[in-house]
Design a protein around this ligand. Sequence first.
Ligand SMILES: CC(C)(COP(=O)(O)OP(=O)(O)OC[C@H]1O[C@@H](n2cnc3c(N)ncnc32)[C@H](O)[C@@H]1OP(=O)(O)O)[C@@H](O)C(=O)NCCC(=O)NCCS
Length: 152
Amino acid sequence: MSERGAFPINIRNATASDLDAVIRLDMDTTGTEKRAYWQEAFARHVAPPYNGRLFLIAEKDGVAVGFIVAETRAWEFGSPPCGWVFALNVATELREHGIASVLFNQLCARLRLAGVDTLRTMVAITNKVNLSFFRSMGMTSGPYIELEKRLE
Ligand SMILES: CC(C)(COP(=O)(O)OP(=O)(O)OC[C@H]1O[C@@H](n2cnc3c(N)ncnc32)[C@H](O)[C@@H]1OP(=O)(O)O)[C@@H](O)C(=O)NCCC(=O)NCCS
């Protein structure tokens, strides 16, 4: 049974000390520890002041329980600048309490303030929960589709 707003959630910028918590949250969802990947993501998104890159942490009682990562990309595939969400995660035991919604809305507010007017992401077609979440946040199919080819 979900209950929104059942406890206070604080949203803040990630700091270097969040690395282990982020790795653990991601591993709990995906089953893979990606230390090198997250170290690189922290190097790009955490240290510098806002430069189109955002890494936000949701905190409950001082503990990191969720995160969202986004960046602004310009002119890829001819697209004017837009925000891209490329990672989102909430602790499994705290899902369906509105934490991701708070993270997402805070991210949108910050991007909007920075002049970004479009947000994109990519979701596995089979991941109904992620699709349902982004749809509930007002995201719909966009003007591009992903193509791929296996390289032998
Ligand atoms: C998707 C995810 C971020 C949602 O987080 P959350 O905090 O539970 O989301 P919220 O409670 O804010 O839910 C907002 C809306 O999303 C949708 N939603 C969330 N969980 C859902 C579920 N299990 N089934 C269907 N819809 C769901 C609902 O529309 C919900 O609105 P409602 O509460 O009014 O019904 C969370 O399930 C998660 O971390 N999943 C793993 C994400 C992942 O795969 N990360 C690795 C790749 S980056």
